[in-house]
Design a protein around this ligand. Sequence first.
Ligand code: ATP
Ligand code: MG
Length: 430
Amino acid sequence: MEKIRTLRGFRDIFGEELGKFKRIEQAFRKYSARFGFREIELPILEKTELFVRSIGDTTDIVEKEMFTFMDAGGDSLSMRPEATAGMVRSYLQEGLYATERMTKVCTIGPMFRHERPQKGRYRQFHQIDVEVFGVKEPLVDAELILLVRMLLDELEIRRYRIEVNSVGCKMCRESFRRILIDFFETRKDELCGDCLRRLEKNPLRIFDCKNQQCIGVTADSPLLFDSLCEECKDHFDLFRQYVAGFGVDIEVNKRLVRGLDYYTKTVFEITSDDLGAQKAFIAGGRYDNLVEEMGGPATAGIGFAVGVERLAMLLPPGEAEPGTECFFAGIGDRARDYLTTLLKRCLTEGIPLRYAYEAKSLKAQMRYADNLKCGFVLILGDDEIDRGTITLRDMTGKSQDELPLDADTIVNTLKKRLSGQAPALSTRDG
Ligand code: ATP
Ligand code: MG
């Protein structure tokens, strides 16, 4: 029969990669707590309208990347393509704007986008997401950059760039729109089909196009950054000043726009040349109108998302720790009986004890212990039981000791030996 495989762009995550995911989560939780973020779990499935209204209906995500379907009741539902929309919905639904001066929340989980799968681009991928609601001051923009920096330091990632820009507020964008349309009209024949559509609906989107020819056109374009209003300019200057105060290096990229419509003022992307074509592994920015547009009171917001798969690609391989487990090799029924006593003691006391479920020869069990890379093997046969002893073999030093057949002694000896405190007492060739 044909084997069933995962859907295209969906993957099993295990082994070394899963280990990296865990290291990333651990580092993130350490710093997110320190910065005052509390974690929250959000639904994966939401009403389609939530994403259409927040992300924007002329964005790639909403136009072509969402997993959307009708449920039995005739409602249009979508698998979340990102976390901010759900965070805003939750902030409003739980009424946090009324009870908290400002809110710092974070979440970790899978996101879904129907994109063409390639290296660093999947249909189910994972994000760490942080959001701050209710702070309009640029100090918080800088604080998020500091959080990113500390997270990457903790993970010992050094080769990256922090690119920042300001996409202004509604007012600067509105007055710049005409200038931009006029410019792109003169270069219409060089733009791709997608950008021709963007030209009328949302000309700033053209800066996000990955098409080489469109990128060439934007190189000559007037820049929103150069037409920011006083308030947006001041905000950006202060942001840069605070970031400098934190001692973090950033680069201004005046062509940086984000793939979602809700951003205002500060936007940023952390990129690494070690990633190939999909360079950005963290992205975020401010969204001062979104909460109001989603039906809430006027509330400033800012956040970022870490692409966990891409960040994991930057991590060095984890150090495997062979020799931290112990194996029980028992020969005969009496040894099997003793295993149940010892096994429960060991597992309770934190000693990872392995063994073969089936009765096997000593040679076969030793081979198994070797395969599992166990550091120590306990050997128990009828001879040992008659003598009231058990043999402890050190698999790295190939030395062995005879211990009294007493659970307390065995457990205490294993604890010391596994933590590398006590050297072998008597040594003989194994
Ligand atoms: P890209 O330009 O790579 O498509 P994006 O602008 O669509 O990214 P965001 O919506 O800002 O990405 O998401 C934040 C981060 O999530 C990205 O920087 C990236 O690391 C990660 N990400 C986005 N889409 C995918 C995907 N399909 N597979 C894996 N990671 C992704
Ligand atoms: Mg994308």
